[in-house]
Design a protein around this ligand. Structure first.
Ligand SMILES: *[C@@H]1O[C@H](CO)[C@@H](O)[C@H](O)[C@H]1NC(C)=O
Ligand SMILES: *[C@@H]1O[C@H](CO)[C@@H](O)[C@H](O)[C@H]1NC(C)=O
Ligand SMILES: *[C@@H]1O[C@H](CO)[C@@H](O)[C@H](O)[C@H]1NC(C)=O
Ligand SMILES: *[C@@H]1O[C@H](CO)[C@@H](O)[C@H](O)[C@H]1NC(C)=O
Ligand SMILES: *[C@@H]1O[C@H](CO)[C@@H](O)[C@H](O)[C@H]1NC(C)=O
Ligand SMILES: *[C@@H]1O[C@H](CO)[C@@H](O)[C@H](O)[C@H]1NC(C)=O
Length: 931
């Protein structure tokens, strides 16, 4: 009969029926799930829940998303990432799902304590409550879930912390003896090594120990060695300061795959044997600054995929055998002490994705990465590498996204084929020795490059056209090279996505401004524009359409005329540098600049007229070397609340120095030199020396006394009052200024004896008292300190008397460099600079030599001068003076010195100028003096 055919027809439905019988949801299970769903509160945004929204009464509940069944009973429930905000109270129907073995509530927004009802789910083997918004103590009731194999209660929340303190970890491990995987990251456990280690080591099945950020401390207890089958150890961001180092027995965990101990305060030497664990694939011990170590010889076929040692004290070389790590994809050794050359065997790391060797002392040439076709990031910046980038087969680096070789000593030319790498986004090769021309390159329209930084090299010739066709460019920095040629402003238009453009310090010029307003385009995202020293004759016309600019540097150009009013359209401008131009005035109303302006540098222009602008939040303000001629606003202090640097030097400002200037609590440099200020020095200005580093009132018309108000905590480094009409004496409190380097009181009317208290100031480099009314001997009572740094000592044109004291000259070490030092000092010109807020302040001191006044705008380290001339010194030339081998200028003229001129004068080999005239010396000029 047809029976034979029947099976085909009936077997199929039969099969389905059987599966329905076995798989279909039991009624009570379905209603429990529905009750659960109805009680849950879910973030109303419909896109957030993906599982619960699909639960549909008309379908078998065993087919609902997130539900797993066995024999119609719900054994697994995954409600992770459902944006559940509440609805699981202790009476929730969830806890009636008796057969549950797996429960996952991770990544929700419960914002409550962990419900103790969970203890009813006694069949649970897997429980995941990580980052579910639970907070507070982990309840004791959880510990009744004695079948748990995996427990995950990690959290990243700082404002809703979880704790395992009372009850504590020991109580947890007493009951949960089956645990294989324990994730408690971020839970506050706050235990020391002899508490948490024995507790953990009683979990004899443990495979995964993940307890980063648990406030654990050391020492590691030997009991941990029992956990032979540990596969994962994650203990990052704890504080093992008390423990010597990573224990040797970690190397015996022969099944270890992940060891992560970053930022643990580890010290000592990292055991080499750990690198040899065959199964290890991830090793991260970064950010342990006092952890020392060396890389071992890596065994054949090592399984390391991630090796991260950033910010440790690892040193030594990168071994050849690194290439045995065939699976290595991330090698991160930045900010360590590695040295030596990079082994060529690196070329064999074909799986490498990320290579960061920055901030080490690697030397030698860059290996070839052409076979590392998966490379995305190379960072070799801040080393001492040299040679060129190997160009051959760069084409192989199809996945390279970022190449960062900044601050090395790379030389040679930059291979243009770099720009052909299809994935490359960031090219950072700044501050190397690359030279030659960048050759043209065609067809870059599909290039992904968004960052190109070639600044600080020796590249020459025109900027190749293709660079302006890298349409994705957001950052283009070519400054401080030798690029030449003319840039057509239209070319730049193609770079619509520019945020930063820096073409400063080349030999470039720009084509003349285009007058046609219709040509005006703009860069909608440009916030930083640096065109210093670009031979601009005018403001670039495209500027007037920029509204997002924050940083604008057009210094050192030949821009004439007025500062245009449209600068006030830059509402976010914070740094404006127009120094070294020929600007004469502001166009339009003043004071309408961006409220965010913090750096304004207009020095060395021809700005004139009424009072300059003092923006309210200014930090750095330089109006020096202009033609301003007003008086200062009496409330100037109101504008200086944040000011660190203020220079009005070399203008024609007049009137009094307003007292309100002292209301500048952050001021470090105050330079009002070379103006026509009159009146007295406000007493409060010297009081400001508690934080002021430079006070320069040189060459004004100030009268009265120097206020005796230098505070006990005086931080002044430069005090320059030269060329005023100040009388009185040197204030006693000035000797509070124990960091003083430059003191110039020359050309005033001070009546005093030699200021012996200043002998306390061992940092003094320059002391100028010339042309005052000082009198009496210059010998001081014994003071236990010396002017070791003194290099300019000028007492000329006073009424000093007595002998030149030899003893006090003995310790002027700067005048007597040892033989070894003296040569290099002469060949290296160094400036005395004081660094404030990334700004250099250069001291100016006038000295007189060969009858001519010289303005040593920068005091050269090598310049040394002793001038005792035009006083009434008597007696012999002290022998000690003849030891000043570095002395450049010695003037003893117009005194009543006597005796023989020492024959050892020939020691003074650096003398440029010697004047002994108008004294009472006897004897003859010695042959050996003629150098
Ligand atoms: C440990 O489990 C037992 C039952 O197995 C239970 O009686 C006891 O209360 C649990 N201890 C804790 C601390 O929960
Ligand atoms: C440890 O590793 C070995 C070799 O990979 C494996 O056979 C063994 O099952 C692992 N042991 C445990 C307990 O995971
Ligand atoms: C790369 O590996 C091959 C095969 O093991 C070897 O012959 C070659 O010398 C290695 N290259 C380098 C540069 O170490
Ligand atoms: C630009 O520099 C190149 C190479 O340094 C030189 O040959 C060329 O004459 C220069 N061009 C201009 C316009 O100065
Ligand atoms: C410019 O930037 C925007 C936003 O970052 C981006 O969507 C767009 O693709 C970029 N254009 C180009 C040509 O890279
Ligand atoms: C500061 O100078 C005043 C005035 O000379 C003096 O009384 C005080 O002792 C000095 N303080 C210190 C710390 O030298």
């Amino acid at each position: 009969m047809g029976i034979q055919l029947v099976p085909w027809i009936f077997l199929i439905p039969l099969y389905i029926e059987i599966s329905v019988v076995w798989g279909s949801c039991l009624g009570d299970q379905q209603s429990l799930l529905l009750q659960l769903k109805n009680k849950l509160t879910i973030d109303p945004d419909p896109e957030t829940s993906t599982k619960l929204v699909q639960w549909n009464e008309n379908l078998d509940c065993c087919n609902w998303a997130g539900v797993t069944c066995k024999e119609g009973r719900v054994t697994g429930l995954d409600l992770s990432q459902e944006f559940i905000t509440g609805g699981i109270g202790n009476s929730s129907s969830l806890f009636s799902l008796q057969f549950l073995q797996k429960l996952n509530l991770a990544y929700n927004l419960f914002n409550s304590e962990i419900p103790i009802g969970l203890s009813k789910l006694t069949n649970l083997e897997y429980l995941n409550l990580s980052n579910a918004g639970f907070m507070g103590q982990i309840p004791m009731e959880i510990f009744q879930l004695t079948r748990l194999v995996t427990l995950e209660i990690s959290t990243f929340s700082l404002n809703r912390p979880l704790k395992l303190e009372h009850p504590n970890l020991s109580m947890l491990v007493q009951n949960l003896t089956e645990i294989k995987e324990l994730y408690l990251d971020g839970v506050s456990i706050s235990a020391s090594g002899n508490e948490w280690c024995p507790a953990i080591s009683s979990l004899s099945n443990l495979r995964v120990l993940s307890m980063s950020r648990c406030n654990l401390s050391g020492p590691f207890d030997p009991s941990l060695a029992r956990l032979k089958f540990l596969s994962v150890i994650g203990l990052d961001h704890n504080n093992f300061n008390f423990c010597d180092t990573v224990p040797d027995f970690f190397a015996n965990f022969s099944n270890l795959t992940i060891l992560s101990l970053s930022a643990c305060g580890l010290t000592g030497i990292f055991p080499k044997a750990i690198f040899q664990i065959q199964s290890l694939s991830v090793l991260d011990i970064s950010s342990n600054q006092d952890l020392h170590g060396f890389l071992p010889d890596f065994p054949q076929n090592g399984s390391l995929q991630t090796l991260v040692l950033h910010y440790t004290n690892f040193s030594g070389q990168l071994p050849d055998s690194i290439s045995n790590l065939r699976q290595l994809s991330e090698l991160g050794l930045s900010n360590c002490q590695f040295n030596g050359s990079l082994p060529n065997s690196i070329s064999n790391l074909t799986e490498l994705v990320s290579l960061d060797l920055s901030y080490n002392e690697f030397t030698g040439q860059i290996p070839w990465f052409g076979e590392s076709k998966k490379l995305k990031y190379i960072d070799l910046s801040h080393n001492d590498l040299n040679g060129a980038i190997p160009s051959g087969n760069l084409e192989g680096l199809l996945n390279l996204i970022q190449i960062d070789f900044q601050h090395n000593s790379l030389s040679g030319s930059i291979p243009s084929s770099l720009f052909a790498l299809p994935s490359l986004q960031k090219i950072q090769l700044s501050y190397n020795q690359f030279d030659g021309q960048l050759s043209e390159f065609s067809n870059v329209s599909s290039s992904a490059v968004d960052t190109l930084d070639l600044s600080g090299n020796k590249l020459e010739g025109p900027i190749p056209v293709f660079i302006f066709e890298l349409r994705r460019l957001s950052l283009l920095q070519l400054s401080s090279n030798k690029f030449n040629g003319t840039i057509d402003q239209h070319k730049i238009w193609k770079l619509q996505n520019l945020t930063t453009l820096d073409l400063s310090y080349n030999n470039l010029s720009f084509n003349p401004s285009v007058a046609n307003e219709n040509d005006l385009s703009s860069f909608p995202n440009l916030h930083s524009l640096y065109l210093a020293s670009c031979n601009l004759g005018a403001f670039p016309y495209f500027l007037r359409n920029q509204s997002m600019l924050r940083y604008l540097d057009l210094s050192i150009n030949q821009i004439h005329g007025k500062i245009p009013s449209w600068i006030s359209k830059f509402r976010f401008l914070s740094n404006l540098n127009l120094s070294y131009n020929s600007l004469t005035n502001w166009e339009g109303p003043l004071g309408n600049l961006s409220p965010y302006l913090v750096v304004l540098d207009l020095h060395s222009n021809q700005l004139q007229g009424p009072s300059p602008i003092f923006p309210p939040f200014i930090i750095y303000l330089d109006y020096s070397s202009n033609n301003f001629s007003s008086v200062l606003p009496h409330d100037i202090g109101n504008y200086l609340s944040f000011t660190v640097f203020l220079s009005l030097s070399r203008n024609n400002f007049s009137g009094n120095i307003p007292e309100s200037i002292c209301n500048a609590p952050s001021l470090k440099v105050l330079d009002l030199s070379y103006n026509n200020f009159s009146g007295t020095i406000p007493r409060c200005i010297t009081t400001m020396s508690a934080f002021l580093g430079v006070l320069n009132l040189r060459e004004n018309k100030l009268i009265g006394y120097i206020p005796d108000t230098f505070p006990a905590a005086c931080h002044l480094q430069t005090l320059d009052l030269h060329g005023n009409h100040l009388g009185g004496s040197v204030p006693l409190s000035l000797s509070n200024c124990t960091a003083l380097e430059v003191l110039d009181l020359g050309e005033n009317q001070i009546i005093d004896t030699f200021p012996c208290p200043l002998k306390k100031i061992s940092t003094l480099c320059v002391l100028v008292l010339r042309k005052n009314n000082f009198q009496g001997p210059i010998e001081c009572p014994v003071i236990n300190s010396a002017w070791e740094m003194l290099q300019i000592f000028d007492l000329a044109f006073n009424n000093f008397t007595g002998k030149l004291p030899g003893k006090s000259l003995k310790n002027w070490d700067a005048m007597m460099p040892n033989e070894y030092e003296s040569q290099p000092m002469l060949s290296h010109i160094q400036f005395e600079v004081i660094k404030y807020a990334q700004v250099n302040y250069q001291d100016a001191v006038t000295v007189t030599s060969k009858g001519l006044q010289r303005n040593l705008v920068k005091i050269l380290r090598v310049f040394t001068l002793v001038d005792y001339s035009s006083n009434q010194f008597e007696g012999p030339i002290p022998e000690e003076l003849m030891h000043f081998r570095a002395l450049c200028v010695l003037n003893l003229s117009h005194n009543i010195l006597s005796g023989h001129i020492p024959s050892s004068m020939g020691n003074l080999k650096q003398l440029e100028s010697l004047d002994l005239s108008r004294n009472n010396f006897e004897g003859k000029f010695h042959q050996s003096w003629q150098v």
